[in-house]
Design a protein around this ligand. Structure first.
Ligand SMILES: Cc1cc2nc3c(=O)[nH]c(=O)nc-3n(C[C@H](O)[C@H](O)[C@H](O)COP(=O)(O)OP(=O)(O)OC[C@H]3O[C@@H](n4cnc5c(N)ncnc54)[C@H](O)[C@@H]3O)c2cc1C
Length: 463
């Protein structure tokens, strides 16, 4: 589908509408996963809430669905809808902090680096993701798992209000008392209900100096250190947001050259409190055997938030991610995770065990659309490779490893920000939302009855 040359374009768009063939059109439709190559009908770079509104009304008049791009990190590439009007929110990255009220209003196209920089200037933070280039919007709307989850919960648990542009073009402010159904649905239901032009988050005193723990052990050290880590972070779930991340030792002088090219794992953690106190606490995790390297130390929170960025460049690699949520982490699961890391056919792949509990677990299931919090662990297989000729090899291997591991997982639950490439479509969305799905479908029916916002883990509107 193309736009007919005689189609009227709103005057306020100032030649901004991007169409196929324009260089900026191709730049704008690039997302993080290099496998995604989709063609919207047109792209509207949005600078204001009014731009979003006029984009939605124009798309409705043309009979086009709308896709929404914030940080472009969705691994399934939902930000770019084939045959849609894509609203590119990347010009909307403003963050306004109220240090006295401890709140921040964040525009819908902001990245986590924008939020971290603006809030850390006041010694404040809200739980975001681990990579500074991830978009605030997509991460928040499906939950949001970051270092501060131990003390402050998921990102959705810190959402106080949102400004939403609906499928009808209305601009709606929602919070716990205004349109509470919509506010509930935004906290876990994804980008189904409208375009969020601004988010308001609660902030907490944290940093600027924090304790980051990151000893790296060779896979040949076996599962022993990981078992110690499991027991340790279980005891300290209120203060340690942590993961064991499996990867391959790069050929870099920062790492012991005896281990170059071998599989390894990082025991990574951030202490959600005073840096000196954290340094003492995590010392135990840094002395569990021979190490490939140790990047632990007291450092600025903004630096911690960018440490993993070089591992995840935009648009360069091909990616297939899948995850499980678990109630416990047995020795058998740890052994299987380690064996999978060693067997992964790509050196670029990562996989990880994430701890939960603490503040995340204290939120009642019905309080947010994210739902049940009884899981205590996540296993994520993040396969990454460069050569298209390896697509089948790596994807099939990852699917098989994920399927084998499923016997350990909480059936039906899944973190929708780490969902694979949507090969399960509606089934996956329905299963992942479980008991919340029917309520979400009713709310979708109220706010987006025509399913204008369908490039997401789609909830079908109940009429
Ligand atoms: C390298 C990398 C690291 C990651 N690390 C973490 C992590 O530490 N913790 C974590 O929880 N997740 C993490 N994720 C997963 C991440 O949360 C999701 O991929 C999320 O979708 C990214 O948000 P985005 O805004 O960049 O997405 P985009 O791809 O821009 O958008 C994804 C979808 O979100 C919706 N959406 C986007 N903007 C809006 C808006 N303004 N209003 C309404 N809907 C909107 C739309 O449905 C859109 O299709 C990571 C992903 C990557 C690739």
């Amino acid at each position: 589908m193309t736009i007919h040359p005689s189609t009227p374009i709103p005057a306020g768009w100032d030649q901004r509408l991007l169409r196929p063939g324009m260089a900026d059109f191709d730049r704008s439709r690039v997302v993080w996963n290099g496998m995604i190559d989709r063609m919207p009908v047109a792209i509207l770079p949005c600078r204001t809430t009014d731009d979003i509104r006029s984009g939605i009304l124009w798309a409705a008049a043309q009979g086009l669905p709308v896709s929404i791009k914030a940080g472009g990190h969705n691994v399934a590439g939902h930000a770019v809808g084939a045959g849609s009007l894509m609203l590119d929110l990347s010009p909307m990255r403003g963050v306004t902090v109220d240090p006295a009220a401890r709140t921040a209003w964040v525009e819908g196209g902001a990245l986590w680096q924008d939020v971290d920089r603006a809030t850390q200037a006041h010694g404040l933070a809200t739980p975001g993701g681990l990579i500074s280039e991830t978009g605030v919007a997509g991460l928040t709307l499906s939950g949001g798992v970051g270092w501060l989850r131990s003390r402050h919960g998921l990102t959705v648990d810190n959402l106080l209000a949102a400004e939403v542009v609906t499928a009808q073009g209305d601009i709606v402010l929602t919070d716990a008392t205004h349109h509470p159904d919509l506010f509930w649905a935004l906290r876990g239901g994804g980008g189904n209900f409208g375009v969020v032009s601004r988010f308001c988050f609660a902030l907490h005193p944290f940093g600027p100096e924090v304790m980051f723990c990151a000893p790296i052990y060779p896979a040949s050290a076996g599962a022993g250190p990981i078992r110690v880590w499991r027991d340790f972070v279980t005891r300290h779930a209120d203060v340690l947001g942590s993961l064991v991340e499996f990867s391959t030792v790069p050929e870099s002088p920062d790492y012991d050259s005896a281990y170059w090219g071998q599989r390894c794992y990082t025991i990574a953690a951030v202490y959600a409190g005073d840096a000196a106190e954290g340094e003492t606490l995590v010392a135990h995790l840094r002395d569990l055997g021979p190490k490939v390297a140790d990047f632990s130390g007291r450092m600025a929170y903004c630096d911690v938030q960018t440490l993993f960025d070089p591992l995840f460049p935009t648009g360069q690699y091909r990616c297939y991610w899948k995850s499980h949520l678990m109630a416990d982490l047995s020795d058998e699961m740890i052994d299987e995770g380690l064996a999978n890391a060693v067997a992964n056919p790509s050196d670029k792949s990562i996989s990880s065990f994430w701890n939960f509990g603490g503040a995340t677990a204290r939120v009642p299931a019905e309080a947010t659309a994210f739902g049940d919090r009884s899981f205590r662990w996540m296993y994520s297989l993040d396969s990454v490779w460069a050569d298209p000729a390896e697509d089948d090899l790596v994807r099939d291997w990852t699917r098989a490893a994920w399927t084998r591991f499923r016997r350990h997982a909480m059936q039906g639950r899944m973190y929708l920000n780490f969902p694979g490439l949507d090969e399960d479509g509606q089934d996956l969305t329905r299963r992942a939302h479980g008991a919340s799905y029917d309520r979400l479908a009713r709310i979708k029916g109220k706010w987006d009855p025509g399913n204008m916002f369908r490039f997401n883990q789609n909830i079908l509107p109940e009429s």
